[in-house]
Design a protein. Structure first.
Length: 263
């Protein structure tokens, strides 16, 4: 049996969705070598095409070019799931991002959305996503662009929401926010790509049917998040679009990325 490398993040939504595939709980004609990395590191690695399967920010699709193809299963998109801009006090968006702004990476969907919503940015400071809240709270930056579980915990740092970029996107386009997708290397043979798509879909379906099965795996990679935050994170980012991105989802990807990475 061949082995395919599969890069995804250690965040609860990914470990929940892909637990069954990684642990052989769903049928697949291949084994999985799981590579868990921060989404921006996965975006960077995609430029070299080293992973057979990988999660990628929609904001990174254009830069990756034709190295990868988007699969219909495993995507993270939906309504009410967008990144947030936060600061220490209420301000207009343009004012908040006119100074130093911490972002989770230049290839992230979050940064692409921010550039669309507020083209006149000040100084951009790249930080790993889980360090941004502390940087804003300490005054090291004037505002922060936050993703993942930070949207549930920013108030604990004494911060306020400036804008929900997901709401902004939906008001502008009437489309769901396309955050990330699972992509297969373009030089994989079609049979392997189809099998990967089916296996990922089966893994997500297994997660929905057996939500407690992945609990230990999720907790092992959740950076000491509470069960409540883990559950909220999963509920927000794993949904019907994760089973199949659908035509509406593909339109959203094309609108945001300027490319579908499709077959």
């Amino acid at each position: 049996m061949r082995t395919l490398s599969f890069g995804f993040s250690p965040c609860p939504n990914d470990t929940f969705a892909f637990h069954a595939l990684v642990h052989g709980l769903v049928e697949a004609p291949f084994a999985v070598d799981a590579v868990l990395l921060d989404i921006e590191e996965l975006n960077r690695r995609a430029h070299e095409g080293g992973l057979d399967l990988t999660k990628l920010s929609v904001g990174a699709f254009a830069a990756v070019g034709n190295r990868y193809r988007l699969l219909r299963s495993g995507a993270a998109l939906g309504h009410g799931v967008g990144p947030l801009v936060v600061a220490r006090r209420p301000r207009a968006l343009g004012d908040a991002v006119s100074g130093r702004v911490a972002i989770p990476g230049r290839d992230t969907t979050a940064f692409r959305l921010l550039r669309l919503a507020a083209p006149a940015l000040g100084e951009v400071v790249e930080l790993r996503y889980d360090r941004i809240l502390a940087a804003v709270a300490k005054g090291e930056v004037d505002a922060g662009l936050i993703i993942h579980e930070s949207r549930f915990t920013y108030a604990e740092h004494g911060l306020v929401q400036i804008v929900d970029l997901g709401d902004w996107w939906q008001q502008e386009t009437a489309l769901p926010v396309p955050l990330a997708g699972i992509c297969a290397r373009a030089d994989l043979d079609p049979a392997a790509t189809d099998a990967a798509e089916a296996a990922i879909r089966a893994s997500v379906a297994h997660a929905f049917a057996h939500p407690e099965a992945s609990r230990a795996y999720v907790r092992a990679h959740s950076q000491e998040m509470s069960d409540e935050v883990c559950d909220a994170h999963i509920k927000l980012y794993v949904n019907t679009y994760s089973l199949d991105i659908g035509e509406e989802g593909l339109r959203a990807v094309s609108r945001l990325a300027g490319t579908t990475l499709g077959r």
